[in-house]
Design a protein around this ligand. Structure first.
Ligand code: ADP
Ligand code: F6P
Length: 319
């Protein structure tokens, strides 16, 4: 039984990280275990920016996006020296184990920490939904809903003007967000980093649809494919149709978490705390087919999640 654990958020923030951290804190306290919060991810761990948490510290946060613990990207943690300092700081406060809420980069850092003797339990926290072994990552549902709301609005103005709208969404390496929002938003084309696209063919089809009386088209582009602004210029030139580009940016990463994100993050937070306290480590908790599952931490960080081919097919069929 561990007597003192810590929780940290790291990498890109995502809506629901607060709900997960809250669940970790409240579960630990319920079990009579001391719990610390590390501020600003690995940066705070190296700078010894951490404090003991009580129940009231996590009040009034379940409904908030972002993360009350703060987050950061820490190049220093990628060095052996940085990780050594981080471990010394944890030990100094009697912290025996750590819950890390973050994306694949943060979990990779966690795998290295565990090799230095710190028990780690990871939770997938990223809007990209690109962590291997889990269907779900904290924040992806809220972000997809935000994008769909934006598409709905863009659709109104596109229809009014008979335009093509190209909307760029996040996803450097993963097209999950683009694909989900594209299907749910009724996009004509979804361009993702996982699938090669043919811009000439796309322009022919956009032009055909327009000539057949279609009032507007929506093209969703994941940022990893390339700049939507550049793609928009080519589309305008090749189709001769009035085209506008909208880069959604960080709006899609903020906002109040959806019910799904609040509930699933809370379930994962409780599981993570209970597992860590009972001596289980080197795992990531996620969801598979609606059920909480545990994934080996090293497997989670050494495998690449692929985009479900069924989604790619469905997007094409329904367009
Ligand atoms: P995310 O967790 O959202 O994928 P990043 O990839 O930026 O975000 O990772 C967050 C932080 O995790 C990095 O700033 C770094 O401190 C740490 N990290 C990422 N990759 C590694 C790595 N290969 N080795 C050590 N630490 C890493
Ligand atoms: O959180 C992941 C992510 O949203 C990526 O999709 C995106 O490329 C990146 O973060 C941008 O993050 P930042 O602007 O904070 O570096």
């Amino acid at each position: 039984m561990l007597k003192c654990i810590a929780v940290m958020t790291s990498g890109g923030d995502s809506p629901g990280m607060n709900a997960a951290a809250r669940a970790v804190v409240r579960t630990a306290l319920y079990e009579g275990v001391e719990v610390w919060g590390i501020n600003n991810g690995y940066k705070g761990m190296i700078e010894d920016d951490m404090c003991k948490l009580e129940s009231r510290h996590v009040g009034d946060i379940i409904q908030r996006g972002g993360t009350f613990l703060g987050t950061a990207r820490s190049p220093e943690f990628k060095t052996e020296e940085g990780r050594k300092t981080a471990v010394e700081n944890l030990k100094k406060h009697g912290i025996e184990g750590l819950v890390i809420i973050g994306g694949d980069g943060s979990l990779t850092g966690g795998a290295l920490l565990s090799k230095l003797g710190i028990p780690i339990v990871g939770l997938p926290g990223t809007i990209d939904n690109d962590v291997w072994g889990t269907d779900y990552t904290i924040g992806a549902d809220t972000a997809a809903n935000t994008i769909v709301e934006a598409i709905n609005k863009l659709r109104d103005t596109a229809s009014a003007h008979r335009r093509i709208i190209i909307i760029e969404v996040m996803g450097r390496k993963s097209g999950w967000l683009a694909m989900m929002a594209g299907i749910a938003g009724g996009a004509e084309f979804v361009l993702v980093p996982e699938v090669k696209y043919n811009i000439d063919q796309m322009c022919v089809e956009l032009k055909e649809a327009y000539d057949n009386g279609k009032r507007y088209s929506i093209v969703v582009v994941a940022e990893g494919v390339g700049s939507a602004i550049d793609i928009g210029k080519v589309v305008a030139e090749k189709t001769g149709i009035d085209t506008r580009v909208s880069v959604l940016g960080h709006i899609q990463r903020g906002g109040s978490p959806s019910v799904e994100d609040r509930i699933k993050a809370s379930m994962l937070g409780e599981k993570a705390a209970l597992a860590l306290i009972s001596g289980i480590s080197n795992v990531v908790f996620g969801f598979d087919a609606g059920k909480v599952v545990s994934i080996d931490l090293n497997d989670a960080v050494s495998n690449q999640k692929t985009l479900d081919p069924e989604l790619i097919r469905l997007a094409r069929v329904l367009a």
